[in-house]
Design a protein around this ligand. Sequence first.
Ligand code: 5GP
Ligand code: ZN
Length: 125
Amino acid sequence: MTCLTIHGVTNDCLFCRIVAGEIPADVVRETDSTLAFRDIRPKAPVHVLVIPKAHYQDVDDLTAADPGLAGDVLAAAAAVAQAEGLPTAGYRMIFNTGGYGGQEVFHVHAHVLGGAPLGPMVSPA
Ligand code: 5GP
Ligand code: ZN
């Protein structure tokens, strides 16, 4: 499916453009409903973003609108972690959400981070 239009409105979302192939990405996994690609500014040795191909702005919107698709994103993120060899040592999955959550790209995405000790969950404000 294309996600360049939402309810008939043109969408210039960065991650929708990656889904559409308009912006290149280092894709590590793709399913019918999800795409996983390496973060352009990795914060850990492994840093992969996992998104639904359909546009939802954050995890709240996605879960309310389509809990099955939210499950697809979680399953894809777990599969990426497995493929990257992360579960044995441990890893982190993060959904930054909204302003206080530090979200910068408003197309819901899971960060899958690992490959080294990740430090405290939240740095002091
Ligand atoms: P957020 O802060 O919204 O949770 O995370 C957005 C993430 O998207 C950041 O980690 C940032 O490095 C990543 N990012 C921003 N632009 C691009 C891009 O064009 N390509 C890729 N692969 N990642 C991007
Ligand atoms: Zn989008």
